[in-house]
Write a protein that binds this ligand. Sequence first.
Ligand code: 13P
Ligand code: ZN
Length: 256
Amino acid sequence: MAEIERIAEVAGYLWTKGWAERNGGNISVNVTSLMSEEEKTLPALCPAIDLLTPMEVLSNHIFYVTGTGKRMRYVAQDPFANGSLIRISSDGKSYEIIAEQPIVPTSELPSHLMMHNYLRGLGRDIKVVVHTHPTDLIGMTHCKPFLDSEKLTRTLWSMIPESRIIVPKGVGIVPYEIPGTLALAEATIRQLEKHDVVFWEKHGILAVGEDIIECFDAIDTLSKSAQIYMNARMCGYEPEGMTDQQLDDLVPAFGL
Ligand code: 13P
Ligand code: ZN
Protein backbone atom coordinates (compact mmCIF):
# COMPACT_ATOMS: atom_id res chain seq x y z
CA MET A 1 0.00 0.00 0.00
CA ALA A 2 1.48 3.36 -1.05
CA GLU A 3 0.35 4.97 2.21
CA ILE A 4 2.54 2.59 4.22
CA GLU A 5 5.52 3.70 2.10
CA ARG A 6 4.73 7.33 2.97
CA ILE A 7 4.59 6.43 6.68
CA ALA A 8 8.01 4.76 6.33
CA GLU A 9 9.31 7.85 4.51
CA VAL A 10 8.19 10.17 7.33
CA ALA A 11 9.49 7.80 10.04
CA GLY A 12 12.88 8.10 8.34
CA TYR A 13 12.65 11.91 8.42
CA LEU A 14 11.81 11.87 12.14
CA TRP A 15 14.92 9.82 12.82
CA THR A 16 17.29 11.80 10.59
CA LYS A 17 16.00 15.06 12.06
CA GLY A 18 17.08 13.85 15.50
CA TRP A 19 13.51 13.91 16.78
CA ALA A 20 13.20 10.18 17.52
CA GLU A 21 15.68 8.96 20.12
CA ARG A 22 15.27 5.25 20.87
CA ASN A 23 11.48 4.62 20.64
CA GLY A 24 10.54 8.32 20.88
CA GLY A 25 7.40 9.28 18.98
CA ASN A 26 4.56 7.38 17.34
CA ILE A 27 2.32 7.54 14.27
CA SER A 28 -1.25 6.50 13.53
CA VAL A 29 -2.93 6.66 10.13
CA ASN A 30 -6.56 5.86 9.31
CA VAL A 31 -6.28 3.58 6.26
CA THR A 32 -9.92 2.43 6.14
CA SER A 33 -10.66 4.04 2.77
CA LEU A 34 -7.58 2.37 1.25
CA MET A 35 -8.56 -1.18 2.22
CA SER A 36 -10.52 -3.59 0.01
CA GLU A 37 -13.67 -5.20 1.44
CA GLU A 38 -11.71 -8.44 1.77
CA GLU A 39 -8.86 -6.76 3.67
CA LYS A 40 -11.32 -5.06 6.01
CA THR A 41 -12.47 -8.47 7.27
CA LEU A 42 -9.02 -9.99 7.82
CA PRO A 43 -9.09 -12.35 10.84
CA ALA A 44 -7.72 -11.09 14.18
CA LEU A 45 -4.19 -12.18 15.10
CA CYS A 46 -4.95 -12.11 18.85
CA PRO A 47 -7.93 -11.64 21.22
CA ALA A 48 -9.71 -8.25 21.22
CA ILE A 49 -8.19 -5.62 23.51
CA ASP A 50 -10.51 -3.28 25.45
CA LEU A 51 -10.17 0.48 24.94
CA LEU A 52 -10.15 2.79 27.99
CA THR A 53 -12.98 4.85 26.52
CA PRO A 54 -15.42 3.91 23.73
CA MET A 55 -14.64 5.27 20.23
CA GLU A 56 -18.07 5.10 18.61
CA VAL A 57 -17.15 7.32 15.67
CA LEU A 58 -14.31 4.95 14.76
CA SER A 59 -16.51 1.85 14.59
CA ASN A 60 -14.92 -0.65 12.12
CA HIS A 61 -12.18 1.82 11.16
CA ILE A 62 -8.71 0.45 10.45
CA PHE A 63 -5.47 2.16 11.46
CA TYR A 64 -1.80 1.60 10.89
CA VAL A 65 -0.11 2.31 14.26
CA THR A 66 3.55 2.16 15.21
CA GLY A 67 4.36 -0.37 17.93
CA THR A 68 5.19 0.48 21.52
CA GLY A 69 8.92 0.45 22.17
CA LYS A 70 9.68 0.38 18.44
CA ARG A 71 12.30 2.65 16.91
CA MET A 72 11.36 5.13 14.17
CA ARG A 73 14.55 4.29 12.30
CA TYR A 74 13.34 0.71 12.05
CA VAL A 75 9.74 1.73 11.21
CA ALA A 76 11.36 3.45 8.22
CA GLN A 77 13.01 0.20 7.17
CA ASP A 78 10.19 -2.24 7.91
CA PRO A 79 6.82 -0.70 8.91
CA PHE A 80 5.13 -4.04 9.50
CA ALA A 81 7.84 -5.41 11.79
CA ASN A 82 7.52 -2.23 13.88
CA GLY A 83 3.81 -1.48 13.69
CA SER A 84 0.51 -3.14 12.85
CA LEU A 85 -2.96 -2.67 11.41
CA ILE A 86 -5.68 -2.55 14.05
CA ARG A 87 -9.46 -2.68 13.53
CA ILE A 88 -11.84 -0.98 15.96
CA SER A 89 -14.84 -3.15 16.90
CA SER A 90 -18.31 -2.23 15.65
CA ASP A 91 -19.32 -1.02 19.16
CA GLY A 92 -16.11 1.06 19.39
CA LYS A 93 -15.15 -0.52 22.72
CA SER A 94 -12.17 -2.66 21.68
CA TYR A 95 -9.73 -3.34 18.88
CA GLU A 96 -8.08 -6.29 17.20
CA ILE A 97 -4.69 -6.52 15.51
CA ILE A 98 -5.29 -7.81 11.98
CA ALA A 99 -1.96 -7.51 10.12
CA GLU A 100 0.79 -8.35 9.51
CA GLN A 101 2.21 -9.42 12.90
CA PRO A 102 0.78 -9.05 16.44
CA ILE A 103 2.86 -5.93 17.19
CA VAL A 104 1.43 -4.18 20.30
CA PRO A 105 0.42 -0.58 19.44
CA THR A 106 2.05 2.52 20.89
CA SER A 107 1.47 3.41 24.55
CA GLU A 108 -0.02 6.68 23.23
CA LEU A 109 -2.88 4.78 21.52
CA PRO A 110 -5.47 6.32 23.93
CA SER A 111 -4.40 9.81 22.82
CA HIS A 112 -4.22 8.92 19.14
CA LEU A 113 -7.62 7.22 19.01
CA MET A 114 -9.32 9.89 21.11
CA MET A 115 -8.00 12.50 18.68
CA HIS A 116 -9.19 10.57 15.62
CA ASN A 117 -12.57 9.93 17.29
CA TYR A 118 -13.02 13.56 18.30
CA LEU A 119 -11.99 15.12 14.97
CA ARG A 120 -13.95 12.64 12.83
CA GLY A 121 -16.93 13.31 15.11
CA LEU A 122 -16.69 16.96 14.10
CA GLY A 123 -16.93 15.87 10.47
CA ARG A 124 -13.26 16.53 9.69
CA ASP A 125 -11.44 14.05 7.44
CA ILE A 126 -8.42 13.77 9.74
CA LYS A 127 -6.48 10.61 8.94
CA VAL A 128 -3.10 11.18 10.59
CA VAL A 129 -1.64 11.82 14.04
CA VAL A 130 2.16 12.23 14.25
CA HIS A 131 3.83 12.53 17.66
CA THR A 132 7.56 13.22 17.85
CA HIS A 133 10.28 14.70 20.10
CA PRO A 134 11.95 17.69 18.33
CA THR A 135 14.78 18.96 20.53
CA ASP A 136 14.28 22.66 19.75
CA LEU A 137 10.50 22.70 20.20
CA ILE A 138 10.63 20.70 23.43
CA GLY A 139 13.35 23.08 24.62
CA MET A 140 10.97 26.01 24.31
CA THR A 141 8.48 24.32 26.67
CA HIS A 142 11.09 24.46 29.44
CA CYS A 143 10.74 28.25 29.43
CA LYS A 144 7.73 29.43 31.52
CA PRO A 145 6.74 32.42 29.34
CA PHE A 146 6.33 30.08 26.36
CA LEU A 147 3.81 27.91 28.20
CA ASP A 148 1.23 30.25 26.82
CA SER A 149 -0.32 29.34 23.50
CA GLU A 150 -0.57 32.93 22.24
CA LYS A 151 2.97 33.87 23.23
CA LEU A 152 4.50 30.70 21.78
CA THR A 153 2.48 30.98 18.56
CA ARG A 154 3.39 34.64 18.10
CA THR A 155 7.10 33.94 18.64
CA LEU A 156 7.20 31.02 16.19
CA TRP A 157 5.03 32.75 13.58
CA SER A 158 7.19 35.86 13.63
CA MET A 159 10.47 34.11 12.78
CA ILE A 160 9.58 33.33 9.13
CA PRO A 161 6.45 33.90 7.00
CA GLU A 162 6.11 30.16 6.35
CA SER A 163 5.23 29.44 9.99
CA ARG A 164 2.21 31.77 9.79
CA ILE A 165 1.24 30.27 6.40
CA ILE A 166 1.82 26.57 7.10
CA VAL A 167 0.49 26.54 10.70
CA PRO A 168 -2.38 29.06 10.37
CA LYS A 169 -4.19 27.93 13.55
CA GLY A 170 -1.09 28.38 15.70
CA VAL A 171 -0.11 25.93 18.41
CA GLY A 172 -1.78 24.65 21.57
CA ILE A 173 -0.04 23.66 24.79
CA VAL A 174 -0.78 20.86 27.24
CA PRO A 175 0.84 21.23 30.69
CA TYR A 176 3.02 18.27 31.65
CA GLU A 177 1.19 14.94 32.06
CA ILE A 178 2.52 11.40 32.36
CA PRO A 179 3.01 9.95 28.82
CA GLY A 180 0.38 7.50 27.64
CA THR A 181 -2.30 8.56 30.13
CA LEU A 182 -5.97 9.36 29.64
CA ALA A 183 -5.34 12.74 31.32
CA LEU A 184 -2.85 13.60 28.56
CA ALA A 185 -5.31 12.43 25.90
CA GLU A 186 -8.19 14.48 27.35
CA ALA A 187 -6.10 17.64 27.71
CA THR A 188 -4.91 17.24 24.11
CA ILE A 189 -8.46 16.96 22.78
CA ARG A 190 -9.28 20.32 24.36
CA GLN A 191 -6.38 21.95 22.47
CA LEU A 192 -7.56 20.42 19.19
CA GLU A 193 -10.71 22.53 19.39
CA LYS A 194 -8.57 25.39 18.10
CA HIS A 195 -5.26 23.98 16.84
CA ASP A 196 -3.87 21.23 14.60
CA VAL A 197 -0.47 21.27 16.31
CA VAL A 198 -0.12 20.73 20.05
CA PHE A 199 2.93 20.88 22.32
CA TRP A 200 3.20 18.51 25.29
CA GLU A 201 5.23 20.37 27.94
CA LYS A 202 8.71 18.88 28.48
CA HIS A 203 7.81 15.91 26.28
CA GLY A 204 7.05 16.47 22.61
CA ILE A 205 4.77 17.74 19.90
CA LEU A 206 2.02 16.33 17.76
CA ALA A 207 0.30 17.27 14.56
CA VAL A 208 -3.01 16.09 13.12
CA GLY A 209 -4.00 16.29 9.48
CA GLU A 210 -5.38 14.67 6.35
CA ASP A 211 -1.93 13.85 5.05
CA ILE A 212 1.20 12.56 6.79
CA ILE A 213 3.63 14.68 4.77
CA GLU A 214 1.66 17.81 5.73
CA CYS A 215 1.85 16.83 9.42
CA PHE A 216 5.61 16.46 9.09
CA ASP A 217 5.89 19.79 7.23
CA ALA A 218 4.02 21.64 9.99
CA ILE A 219 6.37 20.35 12.69
CA ASP A 220 9.43 20.89 10.50
CA THR A 221 8.50 24.52 9.81
CA LEU A 222 7.93 25.24 13.50
CA SER A 223 11.26 23.60 14.28
CA LYS A 224 12.95 25.95 11.79
CA SER A 225 11.36 28.93 13.55
CA ALA A 226 12.50 27.66 16.95
CA GLN A 227 16.04 27.27 15.65
CA ILE A 228 16.11 30.82 14.29
CA TYR A 229 14.84 32.12 17.64
CA MET A 230 17.32 30.11 19.71
CA ASN A 231 20.29 30.79 17.45
CA ALA A 232 19.64 34.51 17.81
CA ARG A 233 19.45 34.16 21.59
CA MET A 234 22.67 32.16 21.61
CA CYS A 235 24.35 34.95 19.61
CA GLY A 236 23.28 37.29 22.37
CA TYR A 237 20.36 39.17 20.82
CA GLU A 238 16.57 38.99 20.96
CA PRO A 239 15.41 38.46 17.36
CA GLU A 240 13.30 41.33 16.11
CA GLY A 241 10.59 39.09 14.63
CA MET A 242 8.07 40.07 11.99
CA THR A 243 5.76 42.92 12.98
CA ASP A 244 2.02 42.45 13.58
CA GLN A 245 1.40 44.26 10.29
CA GLN A 246 3.76 41.95 8.39
CA LEU A 247 2.03 38.91 9.88
CA ASP A 248 -1.45 40.31 9.18
CA ASP A 249 -0.54 41.05 5.56
CA LEU A 250 0.00 37.31 5.00
CA VAL A 251 -3.66 36.59 5.71
CA PRO A 252 -5.16 38.03 2.50
CA ALA A 253 -2.00 37.33 0.49
CA PHE A 254 -2.22 33.60 1.19
CA GLY A 255 -5.97 33.30 1.75
CA LEU A 256 -5.54 32.26 5.40
P1 13P B 1 5.82 4.27 22.44
O1 13P B 1 7.12 3.54 22.16
O2 13P B 1 4.91 3.49 23.32
O3 13P B 1 5.16 4.70 21.14
O4 13P B 1 6.18 5.59 23.25
C1 13P B 1 7.01 6.57 22.72
C2 13P B 1 6.62 7.94 23.13
O5 13P B 1 7.08 8.90 22.54
C3 13P B 1 5.68 8.13 24.27
O6 13P B 1 5.19 9.43 24.30
ZN1 ZN C 1 6.54 10.91 23.34
